[in-house]
Design a protein around this ligand. Structure first.
Ligand code: FES
Ligand code: FES
Length: 173
C-alpha cells in the first residue's frame, strides 16, 4: 500500500507517494537521497536520526513517513543558507570541538536547534535534557554541550537562533 503526502521539506513544498511501512528516515535517506540524517540503532535509542517536524525534534527512525502529510520537515541540510553559510549552531560545533567523528553531529545539532528555537535562553541543564536521547560514541559531550551553550542567549543575551530562523532560513530555505 502507498499513499500520497504533501509536506514542506527544508522550506520547499513537496508531494510524493510513500509506502505505508516506510519510516521518515527511509524517506529522507533512501527516497530523497539526503544523507546528512544518520541511521544508528534504527530503534529510537541513539538519536542519530533526529530531525525537526513542526518545530519538534523527533527520531525519524520511529516516525512513519505517511505521518509527515501536512507537516514541515527540517533536516540538517536545511540549516545552512543558500550561499553555504552555516547555521550558528553548525559553526559553534566546529569552533568548540563538538564534532569528533561527526556521526552524532547532525542529530545533536537538530536537537539543539529545536531546543533553542523553543527556548533561546536554554541553560546547561536544559541543554543536557534536550540531548539526553542523543548518544555520542566519541563521548565528546562536554564540547557538544559547550557548543549549544555558546549559541544560547543564556550566555550571550542575543537570541541568535531565532534571528536566523526568521530572517535567513525562512528566506533562503
Ligand atoms: S537511528 Fe533513530 S534513534 Fe537511533
Ligand atoms: S562525534 Fe563521534 S559519535 Fe559523536
Amino acid at each position: 500500500m502507498a499513499r500520497e503526502v504533501s509536506f514542506v521539506f527544508n522550506g520547499n513544498p513537496m508531494k510524493m507517494t510513500v509506502g505505508d511501512h516506510w519510516t521518515l528516515l527511509h524517506l529522507i535517506r533512501e527516497e530523497l537521497g539526503y544523507l546528512g540524517t544518520k541511521e544508528g540503532c534504527g530503534s529510537g535509542e541513539c538519536g542519530a536520526c533526529t530531525v525537526i517536524v513542526d518545530g519538534e525534534a523527533v527520531n525519524s527512525c520511529l516516525f512513519l513517513a505517511a505521518e509527515i502529510d501536512g507537516r514541515e520537515l527540517l533536516t540538517i541540510e536545511g540549516l545552512a543558507v543558500g550561499d553555504g553559510t552555516l547555521h550558528p549552531l553548525q559553526k559553534a560545533f566546529i569552533e568548540n570541538g563538538g564534532i569528533q567523528c561527526g556521526f552524532c553531529s547532525p542529530g545533536m545539532i537538530m536537537a539543539g536547534k529545536a531546543l533553542l528555537d523553543e527556548n533561546p535562553n536554554a541553560t546547561e541543564e536544559e541543554i543536557k535534557e534536550a540531548i539526553a536521547g542523543n548518544l555520542c560514541r566519541c563521548t565528546g559531550y562536554v564540547q557538544i554541550i559547550e557548543s549549544i551553550k555558546s549559541v544560547s542567549g543564556h550566555q550571550t543575551e542575543e537570541p541568535r537562533v531565532i534571528a536566523w530562523k526568521t530572517e535567513e532560513n525562512d528566506r533562503d530555505a
